[in-house]
Design a protein around this ligand. Structure first.
Ligand SMILES: CC(=O)SCCNC(=O)CCNC(=O)[C@H](O)C(C)(C)COP(=O)(O)OP(=O)(O)OC[C@H]1O[C@@H](n2cnc3c(N)ncnc32)[C@H](O)[C@@H]1OP(=O)(O)O
Length: 430
């Protein structure tokens, strides 16, 4: 039996299928699988029309499919893809594979199709020389086995009036001006602010033209029951310092206007610019509630509210990070404190990472070498992926009994070295 074939534990007949690269011509067949697996309500042509511009711009050469040849022809029964990102990691912007479009045809689930796709995809990413993969998971129980760890938590937050008034001592700058425009008219300003923020914010990828087209896409499926996308840009004589992209929703009841503002994204490079944007959003007439879809866990908003308990915040897992080349990834990352120790790492899907690694790290980076020495700590590659952005301490896994410390204190020392004071943030589901 080949690696790609597994016996179906149910009584269904055994199937023959293989994994291979695909192309633009086959994208519709892969999309059909993805759409059905993800329960996407649109018909296939509508869904593809939405997806094509981004994929046309970024290419189809990374698209993988699993094909079933048992039914007198080739049927696509599984798919995955990845986008080439420049994503900000603790060591700065680096190439990262943004894994996307994962789905298996419902009648072929639990027969090892995804496992074979993941194995092939990781080998491809490794061969490209890319050291990391990242994804947003539909379900948190899927990707750990493939070496991904949840490395980032983000917030969605609702604030109702009157609790949205900011503190009296929030920084305010009379020289700042907020303008409200159709986003395409101020696209250059948006790009300039995003480029400055994303270069420094761990978890963000450089937003190239096709990604801006997607972010500013204002077709009916993006609007839903809300109004057109607008951009509030704050700046001074020297240029833009922040923006918010948002839509409004009219609502009325017996109590009068209950309108809503839905903020797709908000970012700024200076404290007073954050204040100006929040006060613009919170002062819109006829509005009872402002909803932020994505905020970083350390967003200034929560400090600027007099009673942060009035902001209804939901924490949700966002980026899952996979160290595809463990030694490369750990060596190019700066550390908050020196660390020296031996890690015994398991990795089922990228066996080149498995083994005992001696790590000697300091603020500049680390020397990472294979060793025969006794380990100080045993863990899986997904634990290191989770910890890599500095927000998920390994101590939690130790307390849960999921990793094994052989030398007391190793986990505390490694956590201190991996720690970052700023929260990672991606903000865009890809
Ligand atoms: C980045 C993104 O695109 S996220 C989108 C992911 N796609 C979806 O959620 C679409 C709906 N789901 C599906 O299409 C499929 O069920 C998939 C892709 C999640 C899994 O595909 P399958 O081919 O069934 O996975 P496969 O048979 O290789 O299973 C591998 C292992 O993962 C486990 N597994 C698979 N899916 C899940 C799940 N949803 N929850 C928990 N465990 C799972 C299997 O039990 C199996 O475990 P084992 O190794 O211990 O035996």
């Amino acid at each position: 039996m080949s690696e790609n074939q597994r016996v179906d534990p149910s009584s269904a007949p055994k199937r023959d299928w293989t994994v291979r690269h695909s192309d633009a011509d086959e994208f519709a067949r892969a999309g059909r699988v993805f759409g059905q697996a993800l329960l996407i309500p649109d018909d296939i042509d509508t869904m593809l029309e939405r997806m094509r511009p981004l994929h046309d711009a970024l290419g189809y050469e990374r698209l993988l499919v699993a094909v079933d040849e048992a039914e007198g022809g080739e049927e696509v029964i599984g798919t995955t893809n990845h986008f080439p990102f420049e994503l900000t990691m603790p060591g700065g912007r680096v190439p990262v594979a943004g894994v996307t479009g994962v789905g298996v045809w419902p009648t072929h689930r639990r027969q090892g199709v995804l496992s074979a796709l993941m194995r092939r995809q990781l080998a491809d990413i490794h061969a490209e020389g890319v050291r990391y993969a990242a994804l947003w998971a539909s379900e948190g129980s899927i990707y750990e086995r493939f070496g991904y760890g949840n490395a980032c938590t983000e917030l969605s937050t609702d604030i109702s009036r009157p609790h949205s008034a900011l503190r009296a001592d929030a920084p305010r700058d009379r020289d700042l001006r907020v303008v409200l425009r159709e986003p395409e008219r101020v696209r250059t300003d948006l790009e300039r602010v995003h480029e400055a923020v994303s270069a420094a914010q761990v978890g963000q990828f450089r937003r190239t033209g096709p990604w801006w087209d997607r972010a500013l896409d204002d077709r009916p499926h993006r609007r839903g029951d809300k109004g057109p996308l607008v951009a509030a840009v704050v700046g001074n004589a020297e240029g833009p310092l922040g923006y918010a992209l948002y839509r409004t929703k009219a609502k009325w009841d017996e109590g009068g206007a209950q309108g809503e503002v839905h903020v797709q994204e908000i970012t700024a490079t200076a404290p007073a610019a954050w204040t100006a944007l929040f006060e613009h959003l919170f002062s819109r007439d006829l509005v009872a509630k402002v909803v932020f879809d994505f905020l970083p866990a350390d967003c200034p908003l929560h400090h600027l509210l007099p009673d942060r308990g009035r902001a209804v915040a939901t924490h949700h897992p966002s980026l899952w990070v996979r160290l595809v080349d463990l030694a490369g990834a750990l060596s190019e990352r700066p550390y908050a404190a020196p660390f020296e120790g031996v890690l015994a790492v398991t990795d089922r899907y990228a066996p080149w990472n498995a083994g005992r690694w001696r790590i000697k790290a300091d603020t500049e980076g680390a020397r990472v070498e294979l060793t025969e020495a006794e380990p100080d700590l045993s863990l899986d590659v997904h634990h290191l992926g989770a910890a890599h952005l500095g927000q998920t301490p390994l101590t939690g896994f130790l307390r849960a009994g999921l990793i094994t410390e052989h030398t007391p204190g190793t986990v505390a020392r490694l956590d201190a070295a991996l720690h970052r004071f700023d929260a990672p943030f991606c903000g865009v589901i890809f």
